[in-house]
Design a protein around this ligand. Structure first.
Ligand code: ADP
Ligand code: TPP
Ligand code: MG
Ligand code: MG
Ligand code: MG
Length: 327
C-alpha cells in the first residue's frame, strides 16, 4: 500500500459535524463555526516515550492519543468536533496494524461525534502520531487555569496513579492479581472527562487543568496561572483501593506524579462545590475535594501538600521531556 492508497483507506465515508465544509481530500480542511469560540490543541505520542509495543497494541495507541487530546479539550470545557492526524510510520508496520490504530481513534471519535478532517503521512524510523483536535465552546466560556481564587475548593475527578500502575504491570510483568486488568485498561484506554466538563456549564467561574503529567505538576500550573497558593491534602487524594495492595511503597508517589491519568483537577467557589458534585453524578464520574486555595503568602505561588501534621511544598515533580538548563 502506498501513501495515496493509505490516505484513501482512512478517508471518512461521511461526516458528522454540520459546520464542516471540506474534509479530507483537498490541500486543507474548511469549517465554518457559528457564534462559538473555537478551541484547539495538539499532542504527540512517540514510540519509546509514550508507549512501546510491549505496553500497547496498535488499537490502544490510536485510542490513547486521541483520548489525551480530548482530555485537553475537556480541560477547556469544550465540545469536541474535529481532529487531524499526522503520522510517522516506520517500515514494518502492516496494513492491518495501521487499520487497528485508526480503529482505536475512530471508536472514540464516533462516541464524541468527531470528524477526521485531515492530517499528514510520512515514513520514518519510529511511530509518532500527532493529533490536532478542534472543539467549540460558548463564547467566553472556556475554562482557564488562571481562574482559581482564594477560598476555592480544589477538586479532582476519578482516581489517581492508575495509569502509572498499569504501566508498571505492563513493563515489569503481571503478578496474576485479577485487579491488575483495571490499571492496564486505565493506562491503555483513558476516559477523557469531556461530559463532566460540559456538565459544569452553569457554573460562572471554574479553573480546570487536565492531569497528563501528575497532579503535583498540574496543581502548580493552576497556582502559577492564577497566582494563588494551593493546599492539597494527601489523605484526600482519590485512589483505587487495590493500588495500595499492589504497590504499597509507590502508589502515593504515582498519585502525585505518575501522570497520564487524564483526569481533571480544578477549583471552584465553595458555595458552588455541590454543583460540581451534581455535574459529576450526572456524568457518572467520581469527584472529590482534595484541598483548597489560599491567597499567595510569598512572592510566588506555591502548592503545599499536607499529610497528617506535616506540610511540605509540593514542587513540579511530574514527567518532563527536556532537562532543565544545565542538567
Ligand atoms: N513546541 C511548541 N510550540 C508552541 N506551543 C507549544 C509547544 N509545546 C507546547 N506548547 C504550548 O504550551 C502550553 C503548555 O503545553 P503542555 O504542557 O504540553 O500542555 P498539556 O500538558 O495540556 O498538553 C500549551 O499552550 C501548548 O499549546
Ligand atoms: C513505554 C512508556 N514509558 C513511559 C511512559 C510514561 N510517560 C511518557 S510521557 C508521560 C507524560 C505525559 O506525556 P506528555 O507528552 O507530557 O503529555 P502532555 O503533558 O503534553 O499532555 C509519561 C508519564 C509511558 N507512557 N510509556
Ligand atoms: Mg501537550
Ligand atoms: Mg493539558
Ligand atoms: Mg507534558
Amino acid at each position: 500500500m502506498d501513501e495515496f492508497q493509505f490516505i484513501q483507506s482512512i478517508q471518512p465515508s461521511y461526516y458528522r459535524q454540520s459546520t464542516l465544509i471540506k474534509g479530507v481530500s483537498d490541500d486543507a480542511a474548511v469549517f465554518r463555526p457559528t457564534d462559538k469560540d473555537v478551541v484547539t490543541a495538539v499532542d504527540t505520542m512517540v514510540e519509546g516515550v509514550h508507549f512501546s509495543r510491549k505496553t500497547m497494541d496498535p488499537y490502544h495507541i490510536g485510542y490513547r492519543v486521541l483520548a489525551a487530546n480530548l482530555s485537553d479539550l475537556a480541560a477547556m470545557a469544550s465540545s469536541p468536533a474535529f481532529y487531524l492526524v499526522s503520522i510517522v510510520i516506520p517500515q514494518g508496520w502492516s496494513e492491518q496494524e495501521l487499520e487497528e490504530l485508526y480503529t482505536g481513534m475512530q471508536e472514540l471519535a464516533s462516541f464524541y461525534q468527531m470528524d477526521l478532517i485531515g492530517g499528514d503521512t510520512v515514513s520514518g524510523s519510529e511511530l509518532s502520531i500527532s493529533i490536532t483536535v478542534i472543539g467549540y465552546v460558548e463564547k467566553d466560556r472556556a475554562r482557564y487555569r488562571s481562574q482559581a481564587e482564594p477560598g476555592d475548593v480544589v477538586f479532582a475527578t476519578g482516581t489517581l496513579g492508575d495509569s502509572r500502575a498499569g504501566l508498571e504491570i505492563l513493563l515489569n510483568g503481571s503478578s496474576g492479581e485479577a485487579s491488575e486488568t483495571f490499571f492496564i485498561e486505565r493506562h491503555r484506554m483513558p476516559d477523557p472527562r469531556v461530559s463532566f466538563a460540559l456538565e459544569l456549564e452553569g457554573i460562572p467561574r471554574i479553573a480546570l487543568n487536565d492531569i497528563s503529567d501528575g497532579v503535583a505538576n498540574e496543581a502548580n500550573e493552576l497556582g502559577e496561572a492564577s497566582r494563588v497558593d494551593l493546599h492539597l491534602d494527601m489523605d484526600r487524594l482519590p485512589f483505587k483501593s487495590s493500588i495500595k495492595d499492589l504497590f504499597p511503597d509507590t502508589y502515593k508517589d504515582w498519585m502525585l506524579s505518575g501522570g497520564e491519568d487524564f483526569e481533571l483537577v480544578g477549583t471552584v467557589e465553595e458555595s458552588l462545590w455541590p454543583k460540581v458534585q451534581q455535574a459529576a453524578k450526572k456524568a457518572g464520574v467520581k469527584v472529590c475535594q482534595i484541598g483548597y486555595v489560599q491567597a499567595m503568602k510569598k512572592k510566588d505561588p506555591h502548592v503545599y501538600l499536607h499529610e497528617g501534621e506535616k506540610k511540605n511544598v509540593l514542587t513540579k515533580s511530574g514527567y518532563t521531556h527536556l532537562n532543565k538548563k544545565g542538567e
